[in-house]
Design a protein around this ligand. Structure first.
Ligand code: DC
Length: 231
């Protein structure tokens, strides 16, 4: 079993892609962004986070008491647990989305979550998506994919997703949030979003889900064949 790392900007469709691939090949899917979101929710509840910044000292001191886990659901999806509480809904809200980038830029938060992610990935058989999976978390992953799509395409996807959930949203606000997060995620000092040299670049702006599934399965098969030819 191999390790598959999928990285890209927010709303690039990488979570959907990772989840569908994992289900097809019988691997475990881990959404690393959900872990940064859970820490952000924790910080918001304590009044330590806002879109402008984080009370780094208070949050870092609390890190040893923050436990994140994933609970498989009957429909095949997973819910994120924060100290045992199912927080899948609140971590997807706009409040968390607006404050997560500054939290994810705190080096101690990254160190703690990267260590958790590496433990979850021990032994392979995992598809993990995020920003630094191919560069920092699993630099030796056998298959790395870097997903790209324009900010407008990604904002439209998020808008459609939120509308489908019955939420009142504004496209321009979402586009602004996407652009701000792109900027923070790719310019932060600690593990910025970056394509690993050995990652396959995938622009899915004009791809259907089915085309994307077929492409990923082909990449996976090729990687497996290559790995067994070497052994
Ligand atoms: O993929 P997402 O939008 O759910 O990620 C939420 C935030 O977490 C995003 O703004 C960047 C951060 N993140 C990160 O810094 N490193 C990761 N491996 C995953 C997410």
């Amino acid at each position: 079993m191999i390790t598959i790392a999928i990285d890209g900007f927010s709303s690039s469709g990488k979570s959907t892609m990772a989840r569908r691939l994992a289900a097809k090949i019988g691997y475990r899917y881990i959404d690393s962004g959900a872990m940064y979101r859970a820490v952000t929710l924790y910080a918001l509840r304590h009044g330590w986070a806002s879109p402008q910044g984080v009370d780094t000292e208070a949050l870092v001191a609390a890190l040893p008491g923050i436990e994140i886990d994933f609970a498989p659901q009957p429909d095949g999806t997973q819910h994120t647990l924060l100290n045992g509480e199912d927080v899948e809904q609140p971590i997807r809200g706009i409040e968390v989305s607006e404050s997560v980038s500054p939290v994810a830029a705190v080096p101690q938060v990254r160190h703690a979550l990267v260590a958790m992610q590496q433990r979850l990935g021990t032994g392979g058989g995992i598809v993990m998506d995020g920003r630094d999976i191919g560069t920092t978390v699993f630099p030796d992953a056998e298959l790395k994919i870097y997903v790209n799509a324009s900010a407008e395409t990604r904002a439209q996807r998020r808008y459609d997703e939120m509308r489908a959930k019955g939420l009142q949203v504004n496209y321009d606000e979402i586009l602004e949030n996407v652009r701000t997060r792109d900027h923070i995620d790719s310019t932060r000092a600690e593990s910025p979003l970056r394509k690993a040299d050995d990652a396959v670049l995938l622009d899915n702006s004009d791809m259907t889900l089915e085309q994307q599934d077929a492409y990923l399965l082909q990449l996976y098969q090729r990687t497996i064949n290559h790995a067994s030819a070497k052994n």
